[in-house]
Design a protein around this ligand. Structure first.
Ligand SMILES: [Zn+2]
Length: 456
C-alpha cells in the first residue's frame, strides 16, 4: 500500500526532540515487576500516552501488574493487527556497574542508555509514536489495532494467561506483531516466528535446623553435597542431558524445519569474540552449533547457593542449599512435563528430600511460515533496509507468546527493531542506538502498510 514516506519522515524529524523527551519520561519511571516498584505509575503513563492517540484504553487490574489494552484505527478495517509489548523492566542491580543512573535516559555518542531502553520501552514507545506519525501524515490507520501491554513479562507473565482467558472474545486478530527480535551481529534485521518455552525451578535441600560446626560432618547430612549429587545426575560430563525422558519427548523436526534452521545466519566469530570464548561447547563446529543452539532443549544451572561464600575461610556445615535452574523447552516439552520429569527423576534416585518450586513457565510456540505478519515483516524489512531479514523458525529465547498466539490461534512475528547485540538487556548499561529508535518508527509504518495490503 503506497503511503507518503516523505511526509512521515518529515514528521519524525520535526518531532524528534519531543519523541526523545517522551522516551526519557518512560525510562525515568521505574517499573520493576520483580518487586513492584513504580508499576502502577508506569501503567498510568502508558495508558495516558495511548489516550493522547485517541485510543480506546482500558487498564485491567490483575493480582499483579495491570494489563493495558488499547484499540485504535477503524473498527471496519479489513484487517486487525494485535501488538504485544511490556512496560515492566528487570531490576537494575548491580547498580555499581552502571555508568549513568539506570532510571535516567542519557544519550551519549548516538546511544541511548537506561533500563528498559531496549527491553521493552523503546519498542513500545517508538511504535506508539509511529502510529501518531501515521495519523498526522497519512490520515486514518490502514488497520484496526488491538494493543496488549502487560507489566509482568520479566517475571514470567504470571497473570497474562488468566487475563487472556477472560477476554478471549475481544482478542480476535489476523496477526500478532510481537516484541523482541532486533539486529544481528552484522546489522541485518533478525526476526523470528516464535520462541522456546521456559520452565524455572528452585531446588531446595534442608539439613539441620541451623548451620553447624563442620567437625560434625562425619555424622550430619550436608545439604550442599546432596544438592550437588542431585544436580550431577541431570547432565553427564560431556554436557549431554541425562534427565530421564526429557529428550525423548521432543518432537522430531521435519526436513523443512531443519532447512529453515540451517538457513539462519549467525556470525559465529563475532559471537565468540563478544563473549570472550575460543570455541563452542563440546568442540562443536559452527553448523552443528547452530543446530544445537536453535533445536535443543536446555537445563541450565542459573545459580547455586549454600553455606559460606565470603572472604577467607569459615568451617561451617550448612543447614540448607538451593539452586535455581531454567529449562528452555522445545516442541513436545511443556513446563508441567518438565516439572514432572524432574520430580520423578530425583525421586527415583533417592532425592525425595529435595523440594522443587516452580517459579514460572512459558510454553514453546512457533507460527507456521508464510503468515501475513511474516510476509509483512519481510516486505517492511526490504522497504526499510533493502534486505531480507534473518528469520528464525523460533528464537532461542522465550516469552508469553503461547498465551496470545497459540491459544488465540493468531500467527505471530517477533519483529522488534531496536535491540542490537551489545544492547545489554537485563544488564547494567542497557542501551539502543538513537538511529534505531527512529528506524523502528519507519519500520512500524511500513509494516502497517504492508499488513493492510498484502494478498491473503
Ligand atoms: Zn526482558
Amino acid at each position: 500500500m503506497p503511503y507518503n514516506t516523505e511526509a512521515l519522515n518529515a514528521y519524525l524529524d520535526q518531532h524528534r526532540d519531543r519523541f526523545l523527551d517522551e522516551f526519557g519520561q518512560f525510562i525515568g519511571q521505574i517499573s520493576v515487576a520483580a518487586d513492584g516498584r513504580g508499576v502502577p505509575e508506569m501503567a498510568e503513563l502508558v495508558a495516558e500516552r495511548f489516550r493522547q492517540l485517541g485510543a480506546d484504553v482500558t487498564v485491567y487490574p490483575t493480582p499483579g501488574s495491570p494489563v493495558i489494552y488499547a484499540e485504535m484505527g477503524p473498527q471496519d478495517a479489513a484487517r486487525t493487527l494485535m501488538i504485544y509489548n511490556h512496560y515492566d523492566v528487570q531490576p537494575e542491580d548491580p547498580l555499581e556497574l552502571w555508568e549513568t543512573p539506570p532510571f535516567e535516559m542519557v544519550i551519549r555518542d548516538g546511544v541511548i542508555y537506561g533500563r528498559g531502553t531496549s527491553d521493552d520501552k523503546g519498542e513500545l514507545l517508538s511504535r506508539i509514536q509511529a502510529v501518531e506519525a501515521w495519523r498526522e501524515t497519512q490520515g486514518e490507520l490502514p488497520v484496526h489495532i488491538k494493543w496488549v501491554v502487560e507489566g509482568e513479562e520479566e517475571i514470567g507473565s504470571v497473570h497474562l494467561e488468566e487475563w487472556v482467558d477472560e477476554h478471549a472474545a475481544m482478542l480476535a486478530a489476523d496477526g500478532l506483531l510481537w516484541e523482541g527480535g532486533g539486529y544481528d551481529e552484522v546489522g541485518r534485521p533478525m526476526f523470528g516466528l516464535g520462541g522456546k518455552g521456559l520452565a524455572f525451578f528452585e531446588l531446595h535441600c534442608q539439613g539441620a535446623d541451623h548451620d553447624l560446626h563442620s567437625s560434625v560432618a562425619p555424622i550430619v547430612v550436608n545439604p550442599a553435597w546432596r544438592l550437588v549429587w542431585a544436580l550431577s545426575t541431570l547432565k553427564d560430563h560431556d554436557d549431554n542431558i541425562t534427565l530421564d525422558g526429557y529428550l525423548e519427548h521432543q518432537r522430531a523436526l521435519t526436513d523443512e524445519e531443519w532447512a529453515r534452521i540451517d538457513a539462519v545466519q549467525l556470525e559465529f566469530d563475532a559471537m565468540r569474540k563478544r563473549w570472550g570464548l575460543d570455541g563452542w561447547l563440546k568442540d562443536l563446529d559452527d553448523p552443528a552449533a547452530r543446530r544445537r543452539y536453535i533445536s535443543e532443549p536446555t537445563i541450565t544451572i542459573c545459580g547455586i547457593h549454600s553455606g559460606y561464600g565470603g572472604p577467607g575461610s569459615k568451617t561451617v556445615l550448612p543447614a540448607e542449599a538451593s539452586a535455581k535452574l531454567d529449562f528452555r523447552l522445545v516442541d513436545g516439552l511443556t513446563s508441567q512435563l518438565a516439572h514432572d520429569l524432574l520430580r520423578q527423576h530425583l525421586d527415583r534416585r533417592g532425592f525425595t528430600d529435595i523440594t522443587i518450586t516452580q517459579l514460572g513457565g512459558e510454553e514453546f510456540a512457533a507460527s507456521p511460515p508464510g503468515s501475513l505478519v511474516e510476509r509483512a515483516a519481510i516486505a517492511a524489512s526490504q522497504e526499510s533496509w533493502g534486505k531480507e531479514p534473518n528469520m528464525y523458525p523460533w528464537l532461542p529465547g522465550s516469552g508469553p507468546i503461547h498465551q496470545l498466539s497459540t491459544r488465540l490461534n493468531i500467527p505471530a512475528i517477533f519483529a522488534g527493531t531496536t535491540w542490537h547485540p551489545n544492547a545489554r538487556i537485563h544488564s547494567p548499561n542497557e542501551n539502543i542506538h538513537v538511529k534505531d529508535y527512529f528506524e523502528s518508527m519507519r519500520f512500524t509504518a511500513s509494516f502497517l502498510a504492508h499488513f493492510a495490503s498484502l494478498k491473503a
